[in-house]
Write a protein that binds this ligand. Structure first.
Ligand code: C2E
Ligand code: MG
Ligand code: MG
Ligand code: MG
Length: 290
């Protein structure tokens, strides 16, 4: 009886494992074709100046427009692509496409304050010695000024890694800016902030989520914004969903915010529309003196 149950469990376990492995094998194979078949798209989420709601930049977020499954989330395929190394080619495409789009926005509205584009770079890409050349080429080919590109890296990706630090220094030498993404989530040392050549910190969404109800979250958020200010980094709060969160974070010293309150990530056309609306609204705010 016990033996039969044990055997049953064993069978279920291997079936599930098998299914998972083959699903991943399919994903890996299809990802390989997706690049050739132009199935990746970038959506863009505005990054807003908290004092007046103006859009100062956007973050490029990749989606896979799968022929059968529709838009697939990066959370599903980026970690796999990191493991297989496919992220290097996919990331090179994303970088080029984001620069092309940002250069197009710039060309379409030369009289306006330009918006920058943030591009996520995985640890694997940061350890790729060709990354600096890829970035330089993307800028040269698209004509995007280096100052309008922000490379987003995570703490985990840069921690204790000589190659990553050297790559970041070289990116800075190109005139590109760097942001430390998902700040506060990794088991990193604060000493990282002294050696890592970043320009901004992005406070992770997990702190923002419960900021009005959990005072410990607010305490950490405060410490991060004060540290950013003292080190002359810009501070961005991610995942702002309510006006209360925005108001609180602004009060805690955050200069920029990003989240569903302002907009979900949208296809490129949506950004032009959002920019006009934001301009109008910040104009109204200035007029009424609020
Ligand atoms: P991330 O860089 O931290 O991007 C922010 C994520 O939070 C995005 O998820 C965005 O849609 C989501 N988000 C923004 N505002 C809110 C909000 O108010 N509430 C909630 N619940 N979520 C919000 P997304 O697009 O699914 O991307 C997930 C992650 O995938 C990114 O996290 C990034 O690490 C990775 N990723 C996305 N695009 C790329 C890429 O081109 N290259 C690489 N290497 N990684 C990418
Ligand atoms: Mg990011
Ligand atoms: Mg983030
Ligand atoms: Mg995140």
């Amino acid at each position: 009886e016990a033996k039969r149950r044990g055997k049953g469990i064993w069978v279920t376990y291997t079936d599930e494992m098998g299914a998972r492995i083959s699903a991943e094998a399919v994903l890996i194979r299809e990802m390989g074709q997706a690049l050739d078949e132009d199935q990746f798209v970038l959506h863009y989420q505005p990054i807003v100046r908290l004092c007046d709601g103006a859009i100062s930049g956007v973050e490029a977020l990749i989606r896979w427009n799968h022929p059968e499954r529709g838009l697939v989330s990066p959370l599903e395929f980026i970690p796999v692509a990191e493991r297989t190394g496919q992220i290097v080619d996919i990331g090179r495409w994303a970088l080029r496409e984001a620069c092309r789009q940002a250069a197009a926005w710039l060309a379409a509205a030369p009289h306006r304050v330009p918006i920058y584009v943030g591009v996520n770079v995985a640890g694997r890409q940061l350890r790729d010695p060709d990354l600096v050349t890829d970035v330089a080429t993307a800028l040269a080919v698209t004509g995007l000024p280096a100052a309008l590109l922000v490379i987003e890296v995570t703490e985990t990706a840069v921690l204790d890694d000589e190659q990553s630090h050297a790559t970041m220094e070289a990116l800075r030498d190109l005139g590109v800016r760097l942001a430390l993404d998902d700040f506060g989530t990794a088991a990193s040392s604060l000493g990282l902030l002294l050696t890592c050549p970043v320009n901004s910190l992005k406070l992770d969404r997990s702190f923002v989520e419960s900021i009005n109800t959990v005072s410990r979250q607010a305490a950490v958020a405060t410490a991060v914004s004060q540290m950013a200010a003292a080190l002359e980094f810009a501070s961005v709060a991610e995942g702002i969903e309510t006006a209360e969160q925005a108001e609180l974070l602004r009060g805690l010293g955050y200069q920029y915010g990003q989240g569903y309150l302002y907009s979900r990530p949208v296809p490129p056309d949506g950004i032009s529309v959002l920019r006009s609306v934001a301009d109008l609204e910040s104009g109204v705010l200035l007029e009424t003196g609020r």
